[in-house]
Design a protein around this ligand. Structure first.
Ligand code: AMP
Length: 117
């Protein structure tokens, strides 16, 4: 559980403020925000990449999407946010514990659809 930075945060080994938490996931502010609102929704279960999720994780994956919506509501950005999952190093994934990025608070133009960095 604690081999990635998110595993350590979830285990309480690294202090971090959970802006949302439930039985299956937590949400924290990204340490290096790429938008005025940049939150990470992190499952308590350590799945390295989205592609490593199994059929058994179907409910958890759905739960993460619903949690992201709740967090967006909580932060007042439910009408305009983007949800991103970086899968694999080539796609910019740096922490190999699945997480959803919620980005909001700035304009999203068509040309930015492919990424946010
Ligand atoms: P990714 O590149 O999709 O793997 O996203 C990892 C994200 O985790 C990056 O946006 C980092 O800024 C963020 N991050 C890394 N360490 C921490 C930390 N200790 N607390 C909050 N966010 C972090």
């Amino acid at each position: 559980m604690s081999e990635t930075i998110f595993g350590k945060i979830l285990a309480g080994e690294i202090p971090s403020e959970f802006i949302y938490e439930d039985e299956h996931c937590v949400a924290i502010n990204d340490i290096n925000p790429q938008a005025p609102v940049h939150v990470l929704v992190i499952p308590r279960k350590a799945i390295p990449r989205l592609v490593d999720a199994a059929d058994d994780d179907r409910d958890l994956l759905g739960h993460l999407m619903l949690a992201a919506g709740k967090v967006a509501e909580q932060l007042g950005v439910a009408d305009a946010f983007r949800l991103i999952v970086n899968n694999g190093e080539g796609a910019g994934q740096t922490v190999f514990h699945l997480h959803l990025h919620i980005l909001a608070g700035r304009g999203f133009s068509e040309g930015q659809m492919a990424g946010f960095r």
